[in-house]
Design a protein around this ligand. Sequence first.
Ligand SMILES: *Cc1c(COP(=O)(O)O)cnc(C)c1O
Length: 428
Amino acid sequence: MQYKRSSQLFHEASQVIPGGVNSPVRAFKAVGGTPIFIQKAKGAYLYDEDGNKLIDYINSWGPMILGHAFEPVVNAVIERTKLGTSFGTPTELETEIAKLAVSMVPNIDKIRFVNSGTEACMSAVRLARGFTKREKIIKFSGCYHGHSDSFLIAAGSGAITFGTPNSPGVTQGTAKDTLLAQYNNIENVKALFDANPNEIASIIIEPVAGNMGCVPPKKEFLQQLRELCTKNGTLLIFDEVMTGFRLAKGGAQELFGVNADIVTFGKVIGGGLPVGAFAARNEIMDYLAPNGPVYQAGTLSGNPLAMAAGLEMLKSLNNDAEIFKRLEEKTAYLEKGIREKLDKNNVVYTINRVGSMISVHFAKNAVEDLQSAAAGDNETFKKFFYGLLQEGVYIAPSAYETWFITDALTYEDLDFTINAVDKVSQNF
Ligand SMILES: *Cc1c(COP(=O)(O)O)cnc(C)c1O
């Protein structure tokens, strides 16, 4: 495959956009080379500026769970656009999507819409701090909760890839209120509670980590966090920006049967438009302005185009009783196929999967936290990435990303992908 026009476009972009991209993971730094510019997409496929067709395993980093240019969403946005694109006033549409979201997700009474996952997590932590009147939070190494200051401490994904786990610009004052724990290590969390009695406002966690590759929680880990939080008057925040409306209708809370105090959303909830949200029980949400003292706002929050897209997406998921089962089956099929080929070709690997989140780590041992994820062989990953790309299969350009499976993938696409893995891994 040729990428002449993409290379040229990247060169031009780099003159006027820092690094040529508006979000760092797009820049291919972890694998070398230059990013591919996409012209259009439909279903499971991307079409790039050089005329290549690629099977897409990124799907806009999650939102396109039902495929690109999904018609109900596209039509809803077109129709809404004709009525005006933003008013800065309440609209009925906001109540409609809020009602639907609250009915799908367990354990929440109210939801507030924002414009990104970053905003959702940032606001959730402010709310937790205001509600508990405490300042410290616990986050886990390798978890990513967006790019607001409090979270850029051992953040996953792009932040690891670029070797700036502690970004310049984040002050010592902010950093000291973020306590770090190891994912899946409950003793570690207990020790932090012991060392900071009555000081911890919240624990924020990706209930299935997806930003150090896919890392599932150990059995009981989330429940143990729940118990520790309840005992210590600390709010448990599930960052479901990735897992929400993906692992189940009700996300990880439903899948694992563990209740969080605040839940954040992004990605799928916007159907491909810029949407985030955070939600909780009444007593917590009523602490938010204008009812309560914790301030949070947004000129374009609840934007009618974004809400129209999100509403159609949630309706489509809610009305399809088989969707999450189908996604699980497709991803399990892919996992099985990839395992067979990698075994056949004597590749050292670990595959982690929960529902339709999956990642291949070129690591020998179990990957259950940032340290074990980092033990993966990045040189092999690069060969894997470029090999697959050459075959027309587009996975995320970093070993620290999960694959996002879309229901638009057919079994033919999956077989094609499995055969591409076979071909590529013969040359490792
Ligand atoms: C993507 C992501 C975010 C950030 O969302 P943005 O919309 O990119 O700001 C936060 N948390 C998790 C778990 C994510 O995967």
